[in-house]
Ligand binder design. Structure first.
Ligand code: C2E
Ligand code: CA
Ligand code: CA
Length: 789
C-alpha cells in the first residue's frame, strides 16, 4: 500500500507550503496542550477512584487508573519528543498514532459512566455527570487535530448516553438531552477553532512572505545605482544617511548626517534657471510638513547639475507628534537628459540642427496670430539629387549641412529657417516691417530670395569633392490678417512650383493666377486619368525615312488625346504633367502596348520607335513590361526602338545604364532623342552605345539660316558615326533642309516633308504597300494622304 500523504485536518483550502506549516503548528499546539490536559485528566481519574473506592469494584477502578495513567503518560512522552525535536516533520504515522491514542483514552473514559453509574448514589451520579461534562469540554483542546477531537467527543457522549438510563433517574431524558447539547456545542466549537487556527496560520504565512518581499525590494532599491532612502528628524536634519545617498551626494555619510535638508537643497543652487523655483517649493513643503510625490529638483553637485526626484511623507508618532520626514529619492539625470534630447529631436532636424517642420509650423502659427506682415519662403534645391547620386550620400549630407549654414548666415536672428525634409527648406522672414511704404514686404522678400539664390549657387567644397547646386524659391506674403497658415503654405508651394517650371534658380511671389493654373493642372490630371481608363487616347505614327533611298525604315508612335470637349490635345501639353504626377507610367504602358500591337502587323523590317520618359526608367516594372508586351504582341525585339532623352542620366546613372543594357541585350534599339538640347550632351554620347542619335529639330530648323547650325549638325553626325551610331534628323520641313542634311552624312530623316504623324490605318497600309514608292519608298498617294492628316 502506498504511504498515505500527510494531510492536515482543517476546513480551509491552503497552498502546499502553508499546509505543511499548518501541520507542524497543529502538532506543536496539541503537544503543548497534552501536557496540561494529561496532568489534569490523571488527577480527575484519581478523584474518581477515590470517590468510588468504597462502592465500586477495586479491580475496575485500579484498571481504569492504570489505563488512563499509562495512556496519558504515553501522550506526554510523545508530546515531549515532538516539542524537543529539531526537525518537526509530521508523518502520516504520527497522525494515526495520535488519533489512535486519543481514541483509546476516550474508550477508557467512556467505560467509567457505564460501569459506575448503575451502583452510584445520587451524589456520586452528580459527580460522575460533572466528570463527564468536564471531559467533553477538555476534548475541545484537541480541536487542532479535528478527527481526534470529534472521536473523543463522540465516544464520551456514547458512553454517557449508555450510562444515563441505567441510573433509573426521573431526569434521565433531560440529562441525555444536555449531554447531546454539550456534544454539539463542543463539536461545533472544535470545527470553528480548527478553521480559525488554519486561517491564522495562513495569514501569518502571507505576512511573512510580504515582509520577505518588502525587505527584498528595499535591498534591491538601495542596491540600484540611482535610488536612495532618506530620513530626517523633526528639525529636518538628515538621519541614518545610507552609503548610497552619500555616494550620490559625493560625500561621506558622517558629513551628511545631521545636516539640514533645506540648507542642503538651497546650498546646491537648486534650479537657478527654472521659471518655477522647485527647490524653494520643496523647502516650503518640508517646512509645512506636507507629503509630496515625485518632486523634481536640480542640484549642482561638484559643479555639475544633476536632477533628482523626491517623494516623502511626514512621520508622526502614536500621539500624532511630528517626528521628521521619511522618503525615497532617485537620480533622474539620465532620464532628464534623454527627455531633453527627445524633445530637441522632436523639434529639430538631426542632420543640420535647423528647426524641423513641426517647429516651423509652430513658428508660422505664432506669426499668423500677430498683425505684423511677413514673408514665407519655400526653397527647393536644384540638382541636389544628382550630387547625392553621383558623389554619394555622405557628400549629400555634408552639402545639406553647408546649405543650412549659408541659409542661416543670409538671415537675421529673428527669422526662422527650417529643413522640412529632403532638400526642402523654408524661411519665415519676419521684420520686413515696411511701415507706411507700400510693397516693401515684397521688396524685402525678393531681396532676401535673391541673396539666398546667389549664395546657394556658389560652389561647395566637400572635403576632396566639389559640387554646385542651385535653389528655387517660392514666396507667399502675409500682408493682410485674413490669410491663414494653410493659405500661405499653399501659396508659397505654388510659387515654388512656378519657379521650378520657369527654369529653376529663380524666385517668384505667389499670385492668384498660379492658383488658377494649379487648379487647371489638377483638372487636367484628373481628366487624363479618366482618359487613360476610357480609351480617349490614340496613337499617331510619323514615318522615319532613309534619306539616301527614300524608303520608310520605320515610324515613331506619338500619343494624342481626343478630349470630348477640348478636342485634340497635344502631348506637349499633357506629357509634362503626366511625368510630374507619375501618371506617365500608366500612360506609357498603354502607348507601348498599343504601338507594338500596331507595329506587329507591319510587313518587312520597319522599326517602331516609342518615346520613353525618364520617370518610366525609374519604375522597376519597365523591363518586365517590355518583355510582356513583346511576348503578347509578337513584335520581334529588334523591331522596337526606344527613344530616351538625356534627362534619364540625371538620375542614378548606374541603374539607368543597367536598364539600358538589359534592354539592348534583348535586341531592342536605343535612340537618344532631342540630341543637342541638353546640358552636357557629348559626355552622354560616350556613356552608352546608342544605336541612333536623333538631332533635335531646333538645329534642323536653323539649317540654311545660319552656318552655326550646319556646323553643329555636321559635328554631331561625325561624332555619332565615329562612335558607330546612326543619326536621324528631326522636324525636316523643307527640301533644302533635307538636302543640307544629306550633305552632312545624316542617314535618316523625319518631318512634315516626308510625312506628318498620321492614323495607324494610314501608316499600316503604307507599311504593307508593295512595292514601295521609288522616290521615298512611299507610295505617292500615301504621301499625299499622310501630309493631309
Ligand atoms: P518628340 O519625341 O521630339 O516628337 C517629335 C515631335 O515633333 C512630335 O510632336 C511631332 O509631331 C513633331 N514633328 C515631327 N515632324 C515635325 C516637323 O516637320 N515640324 C515640326 N514643327 N514638328 C514636327 P508631338 O507629337 O506634338 O510630340 C511632342 C512631344 O511629346 C514628343 O517630342 C515627345 O517628347 C512627347 N511624346 C509624344 N508621344 C509620347 C509618348 O507616347 N510618350 C512620351 N514619353 N512622350 C511622348
Ligand atoms: Ca521622339
Ligand atoms: Ca525628338
Amino acid at each position: 500500500m502506498p504511504p498515505m500523504p500527510s494531510r492536515p485536518y482543517h476546513l480551509v483550502t491552503l497552498p502546499k507550503p502553508v499546509t505543511e506549516r499548518l501541520l507542524r503548528e497543529q502538532f506543536t499546539i496539541l503537544s503543548r496542550r497534552v501536557l496540561v490536559v494529561s496532568a489534569s485528566s490523571i488527577a480527575a481519574c484519581a478523584l474518581v477512584v477515590w470517590t468510588f473506592w468504597t462502592s465500586a469494584s477495586h479491580v475496575y477502578l485500579l484498571a481504569l487508573l492504570a489505563v488512563i495513567f499509562s495512556l496519558y503518560s504515553l501522550s506526554i512522552i510523545g508530546a515531549w519528543k515532538w516539542l524537543s525535536s529539531a526537525r518537526r516533520e509530521v508523518s502520516p504515522r504520527w497522525q494515526r498514532v495520535r488519533i489512535a491514542g486519543v481514541t483509546a483514552i476516550a474508550i477508557g473514559w467512556a467505560t467509567m459512566p457505564a460501569v459506575l453509574m448503575p451502583q452510584a448514589g445520587p451524589d456520586q451520579r452528580q459527580f460522575l455527570m460533572m466528570i463527564v461534562t468536564g471531559l467533553m469540554f477538555s476534548g475541545s483542546a484537541l480541536a487542532p487535530l479535528l478527527p481526534a477531537a470529534i472521536m473523543f467527543e463522540a465516544i464520551i457522549t456514547v458512553g454517557a448516553l449508555i450510562a444515563i438510563p441505567t441510573a433509573n433517574e426521573n431526569t434521565a431524558l433531560q440529562d441525555a438531552a444536555l449531554i447531546l447539547i454539550y456534544a454539539l456545542l463542543n463539536g461545533g466549537g472544535a470545527f470553528i477553532q480548527n478553521r480559525d487556527f488554519a486561517r491564522r496560520v495562513l495569514n501569518e504565512a502571507k505576512l511573512e512572505e510580504q515582509s520577505a518581499l518588502i525587505s527584498l525590494l528595499l535591498r534591491d532599491f538601495e542596491e540600484s545605482a540611482s535610488d536612495f532612502l532618506w530620513e530626517t528628524d523633526c528639525e529636518l536634519r538628515l538621519q541614518r544617511v545610507s552609503s548610497r545617498l552619500a555616494q550620490i551626494m559625493a560625500c561621506v555619510p558622517a558629513t551628511l548626517h545631521g545636516t539640514s535638508m533645506m540648507h542642503w537643497i538651497e546650498r546646491s543652487g537648486a534650479n537657478p534657471s527654472s521659471e518655477e523655483n522647485v527647490g524653494a517649493k520643496l523647502c516650503a513643503i518640508l517646512a509645512a510638513r506636507r507629503p509630496f510625490r515625485d518632486l523634481q529638483v536640480a542640484l549642482v553637485l561638484q559643479g555639475r547639475q544633476r536632477w533628482f526626484s523626491f517623494s516623502g511623507k511626514p512621520v508622526l508618532d502614536a500621539a500624532g507628534v511630528f517626528q521628521g520626514f521619511r522618503g525615497v529619492g532617485s537620480d533622474i539625470t539620465a532620464a532628464r537628459q534623454s527627455d531633453a534630447q527627445i524633445a530637441y529631436l522632436a523639434r529639430h532636424d538631426s542632420l543640420t540642427g535647423l528647426p524641423n517642420r513641426t517647429q516651423f509650423q509652430d513658428a508660422l502659427t505664432a506669426a499668423c496670430g500677430g498683425d505684423a506682415p511677413f514673408a514665407l519662403h519655400c526653397l527647393d534645391l536644384d540638382g541636389f539629387k544628382a550630387v547625392n547620386d553621383t558623389l554619394g550620400h555622405a557628400a549629400g549630407d555634408s552639402l545639406l549641412v553647408a546649405v543650412a549654414g549659408r541659409l542661416r548666415a543670409c538671415l537675421r536672428d529673428d527669422d526662422v529657417v527650417a529643413r522640412l525634409g529632403g532638400d526642402e527648406f523654408a524661411v519665415l522672414q519676419v521684420g520686413v516691417l515696411p511701415g507706411e511704404v507700400p510693397g516693401a514686404v515684397a521688396e524685402g522678400a525678393a531681396a532676401l530670395a535673391q541673396r539666398v539664390i546667389d549664395r546657394i549657387a556658389e560652389p561647395y567644397q566637400l572635403g576632396e569633392l566639389s559640387a554646385s547646386i542651385g535653389v528655387s524659391v517660392g514666396i507667399a506674403l502675409r500682408d493682410n490678417a485674413g490669410q491663414t497658415k494653410e493659405d500661405l503654405l499653399r501659396g508659397a508651394d505654388l510659387a515654388l512650383y512656378h519657379s521650378k517650371s520657369k527654369g529653376r534658380g529663380v524666385w517668384h511671389i505667389f499670385e492668384a493666377a498660379m492658383a488658377a493654373r494649379a487648379h487647371a493642372r489638377h483638372t487636367l490630371l484628373a481628366e487624363l486619368r479618366h482618359a487613360i481608363a476610357h480609351d480617349e487616347l490614340v496613337l499617331d505614327f510619323q514615318p522615319i525615312v532613309d534619306l539616301a533611298t527614300g524608303a520608310i525604315t520605320g515610324a515613331e508612335a506619338l500619343v494624342r488625346w481626343l478630349h470630348p470637349q477640348r478636342g485634340r490635345i497635344s502631348p506637349a501639353e499633357f506629357i509634362p504633367a503626366a511625368e510630374e504626377s507619375g501618371l506617365i507610367v500608366a500612360l506609357g504602358e498603354w502607348v507601348l502596348h498599343r504601338a507594338c500591337t500596331e507595329a506587329a502587323s507591319w510587313c518587312g523590317t520597319a522599326r517602331l520607335a516609342v518615346n520613353l520618359s525618364p520617370v518610366q526608367f525609374r519604375d522597376p516594372g519597365l523591363l518586365p513590361l517590355v518583355d510582356a508586351v513583346l511576348a503578347q504582341t509578337g513584335l520581334p525585339a529588334e523591331r522596337l526602338e526606344l527613344e530616351i532623352t538625356e534627362s534619364v542620366f540625371l538620375d542614378t546613372q548606374e541603374t539607368t545604364l543597367a536598364c539600358l543594357n538589359a534592354l539592348r541585350a534583348r535586341g531592342i534599339h536605343i535612340a537618344l532623342d532631342d540630341f543637342g538640347t541638353g546640358y552636357s550632351s557629348l559626355s552622354y554620347l560616350r556613356s552608352f552605345p546608342f544605336d541612333r542619335v536623333k538631332i533635335d529639330q531646333s538645329f534642323i530648323r536653323d539649317l540654311g539660316v545660319n552656318n552655326e547650325a550646319a556646323a553643329i549638325v555636321h559635328a554631331i553626325v561625325d561624332m555619332a558615326s565615329s562612335l558607330g551610331m546612326r543619326t536621324t534628323g528631326e522636324g525636316v520641313e523643307t527640301q533644302s533642309q533635307a538636302d543640307l542634311l544629306a550633305l552632312t552624312g545624316c542617314g535618316q530623316v523625319q518631318g512634315y516633308l516626308f510625312g506628318r504623324p498620321c492614323a495607324p490605318e494610314a501608316i499600316g497600309s503604307a507599311m504593307r504597300a508593295d512595292p514601295p514608292d521609288a522616290a521615298f519608298g512611299w507610295p505617292a498617294a500615301e504621301i499625299l494622304v499622310l501630309n493631309e492628316c
